[in-house]
Design a binder for this molecule. Structure first.
Ligand code: NCD
Length: 306
């Protein structure tokens, strides 16, 4: 049986904690885990723009000793531009990976649920690197790892989330991941048209409050996201909400001294650069955790440790 990572719900708490321990070993002791991935192949299929996720998978693969990296960074240069279906693309890359010594496929796609289709037609493990407004499980892993690193726990947390809750796949995976932990309280803040889908909200087991007024001093984490411009059908809708929330020094002055300010990046204008030097702003450390967490994940998937 091959092992995919499509939703963060594909991992239970114990498996996430195993990955976090492995990531600690990689970070702190420079351990390259498990059997090497030399003479193996990773297919990196990016149908959508990406900087951090794409590059960190590539660096992780290289660090693990991976020999061959195939794929594309823009669908226009592959046969998809000629109308090839996702299923056929999956079959093709799955075969190349097998012929390249075995390995895995990493896929990012603008359509929700598309990575599941790739997984269905591929005989090698598939990792979801972001599917439309659906999920982004590896981002949730690095988000949780950053909280654990800084706070020493993933239970008993008060978490504020501000931004595009409706279209933000990182928010979805983060909230679903925290379902596995206890005593979490969410305070969510978004313009009404960017509020979470009601069906999604039903899947969240923790208490969810609307608005951040008065609670900034109580937060352990404030997680901010950009308005996902590319998901809007009408530009006027985007224009109506862009710039409607902002974290600046004034907002930070209302937050507790131990709070973590997080962001999956890229940011547009929702966190002003003046905040970057505030020690509570951890988004650059957060993104840097992307390489070791993905090393741990790739290694665990290929050695069947998960
Ligand atoms: C996020 C994404 O692609 O969903 N970026 C990332 O992978 N760090 C967030 C975003 O694009 O706003």
């Amino acid at each position: 049986m091959k092992r995919d990572l499509i939703s963060i719900e594909d991992l239970n708490r114990g498996q996430m904690e195993y990955l976090f321990r492995l990531t600690d070993e990689i970070q702190n002791y420079y351990i390259i885990p498990g059997e090497g991935v030399s003479f193996r192949t990773m297919a990196s299929l990016f149908f959508e723009p990406s900087t951090r996720t794409r590059e960190s998978f590539r660096v992780a693969w290289r660090n693990l000793g991976g020999s061959c990296l195939i794929g594309f960074d823009a669908a226009e240069i592959s046969s998809i531009a000629k109308g090839e279906s996702l299923a056929d693309t999956a079959r093709m890359y799955s075969k190349f990976v097998q012929q390249g010594g075995g390995g895995l496929i990493v896929v990012r796609h603008p359509k929700t649920g598309s990575t599941e289709i790739v997984a269905e037609y591929a005989d090698v493990p598939v990792i979801n690197a972001g599917d439309g407004i659906g999920e982004h499980p590896t981002q949730a892993l690095l988000d949780l790892y950053t909280i654990l690193q800084k706070k020493g726990r993933l239970d008993s947390l008060t978490i504020g989330i501000m931004g595009d809750l409706k279209n933000g796949r990182t928010v979805h995976s983060l909230m679903l991941a925290l379902n596995q932990f206890n005593d979490i309280e969410f305070f969510l803040d978004a313009p009404p048209i960017l509020w979470l889908d009601v069906e999604f909200l039903k899947r969240i087991k923790h208490k969810v409050h609307r608005g951040l007024t008065g609670v900034l001093p109580l937060l352990d984490v404030l997680y901010v996201t950009r308005v996902q411009r590319e998901r809007f059908e009408h530009l006027e809708e985007y224009e109506s909400v862009k710039g409607s929330y902002k974290v600046d020094s004034e907002v930070m002055s209302q937050c507790g001294q131990e709070m973590l300010l997080m962001h999956p990046l890229p940011r547009v204008d929702e966190i002003t650069p003046e905040v970057d030097k505030d020690p509570r702003a951890v988004y650059f450390q957060q993104f840097a955790n992307g390489v070791p967490i993905r090393m741990a994940l790739i290694s665990a998937l290929l050695t069947k440790a998960l």
